[in-house]
Write a protein that binds this ligand. Structure first.
Ligand code: 6PG
Length: 477
């Protein structure tokens, strides 16, 4: 017998993905650098389906039916290159290497180009949903050559999460690095969602004066409405958890320094390169890095803040409702920014990414899965070439209804000295986009003054320069 798919790299994500394939009736070859892990998997989970344990790279490749489908689930960066170098010489034209790690899309583009010369199809595949998703159905974002999807797609559709309407949460995202690019932006949005939720929590705690347990209840209520999502659900779980050792709320015994593995940071780095304003996502990344600067925070602890006045019970309840509005409006902005980045990447690299399809495959399985994604899907269904999510009538109306509360929340946070970089950046983005005039005109004047950088006029074509050091007459630039 031969295996329809192989998985190498059997840490938790690889192991669970392999089990998922096996549970769906595929024969799965499994391989790991240290063979003990391979045998442990088969021993523990062999009853779930058909596994072929391969000790060597050669055994692994031999176990696969042709064209071979070889999934690598190792750390992004050099370990991925090392595994590709190990296997590529053993493969034949038409075989597929599928990288299911969180690779940088530029690495994926390079690998795809190099392997294409050998006739090997390289599929950079974003996988979201953590360990549970990998096992029970992740959201899958494969890129790479379209023809690879003809044979790989049906298998991925089988193991992927299914949205509420039954649609599999996988699509061929686009050529070369498109899949990993979209996964990267997914993670940037994930960071932004988490930051916004964090700000909502902090406001409910410090401005409304609520306990973690009470805030958990509020999140549970929100989770029955338009904010219904995996991240809100687990937030309530985390907030209601009590530390066994101390009896304190779990959230109070965890060191408040957020870590990151890099995908959120990449989202912002690439956005800067593409010239896309992803201010909300950027604030989320910065907030994590700020939290980690322990010494700097320690040195700053004595700095002056406002005199905070806690709200009364009735005010606090009204405030909590406002926070829900602020969170929802800010969330619309994060997704607006993320989808803008995907559109810009697609344009830059000629990927032709279908934004509606992306919103569709994020409806289930992934970390940012939410009822909200159905609305985004609907927005793209109504208009496939939507210039921005904010131009969708439904979202525009929802923000219109939320904006007074959103502003009040940012004001209250500012007055009470609670940092809300996510809410504030989202609101500033919204106000900047809708502004009739921006101070960018002044920036242009300054640039022309000190560097003769020229400017355009509102009433004439062409570029102009004012002779600032002379008689201040205007010349063509
Ligand atoms: C997912 C997650 C997963 C992981 C990220 C973020 O979609 O399943 O995004 O890929 O959680 O790597 O991790 P950090 O918060 O450590 O950057």
């Amino acid at each position: 017998t031969s295996a329809q798919i192989g998985v190498t790299g059997l840490a938790v994500m690889g192991r669970n993905l392999a089990r998922n394939f096996a549970r769906n009736g595929y024969t799965v070859a499994v391989h790991n650098r240290t063979a003990s892990r391979t045998h442990a998997l088969v021993e523990e989970f062999g009853g779930e389906g058909d596994f072929i344990a391969a000790e060597t790279a050669k055994d692994f490749v031999t176990a696969l039916e042709r064209p071979r489908r070889l999934v690598i689930m190792v750390k992004a960066g050099e370990p991925t290159d090392a595994v590709i170098q190990e296997f590529a010489p053993l493969l034949e034209p038409g075989d597929m290497i599928i990288d299911g790690g969180n690779a940088h899309f530029a690495d994926t583009r390079r690998r795809e180009r190099d392997l294409r010369e050998q006739g090997i199809h390289f599929v950079g595949m974003g996988v979201s949903g953590g360990e549970e998703g990998a096992l029970h159905g992740p959201s899958i974002m494969p890129g790479g050559p379209k023809e690879s999807y003809d044979s790989l797609g049906p298998m991925l559709e089988k193991i992927s999460a299914k949205a509420k309407d039954g649609a599999p949460c996988v699509t061929h995202v686009g050529p070369d690095g498109a899949g990993h690019f979209v996964k990267m932006v997914h993670n940037g949005i994930e960071y932004a969602d988490m930051q916004l939720i964090g700000e909502a929590y902090q406001l409910l705690r410090d401005v409304a004066g609520y306990s973690p347990a009470r805030i958990a209840e509020i999140f549970r209520t929100w989770n029955t409405g338009r904010l219904d999502s995996y991240l809100i659900e687990i937030t309530a779980e985390v907030l209601s958890h009590v530390d066994a050792a101390t009896g304190k709320p779990f959230v109070d015994v965890v060191v408040d320094q957020a870590e990151q593995k890099g995908t959120g940071r990449w989202t912002v780095q690439i956005a800067l390169d593409l010239g896309v304003p992803v201010s909300g996502i950027a604030e989320a990344v910065f907030a994590r890095s700020l939290s980690g600067h322990a010494a700097l925070r320690e040195a700053s602890r004595g700095l002056a803040g406002p005199t905070a006045t806690p709200l009364g019970e009735a005010e606090a309840a009204a405030f909590a409702d406002r926070v829900e509005q602020a969170l929802y409006a800010s969330k619309i902005v994060s997704y607006t920014q993320g989808f803008h980045e995907i559109a810009a990447g697609s344009e830059e690299y000629d990927w032709n990414v279908d934004l509606g399809a992306v919103s569709s495959i994020w409806r289930g399985g992934c970390i940012i899965r939410a009822a909200f994604l159905d609305r985004i899907r609907a927005a793209y269904d109504a208009r496939a070439d939507l210039p921005s999510l904010l131009s969708d009538a439904t979202f525009a109306q929802e923000i219109a209804a939320a904006q007074d509360d959103w502003r009040e929340v940012v004001v209250a946070a500012t007055r009470q000295g609670v940092p809300t970089p996510g809410f504030s950046a989202a609101l500033a983005y919204y106000d900047a986009l809708r502004a009739e005039r921006l101070p960018a005109a002044l920036t242009q004047g300054q640039r022309d003054f000190f560097g003769a950088h020229t400017y355009r006029r509102v009433d004439q074509e062409g570029s102009f320069h004012t002779l600032w050091g002379g008689d201040r007459s205007e010349v063509s630039g």
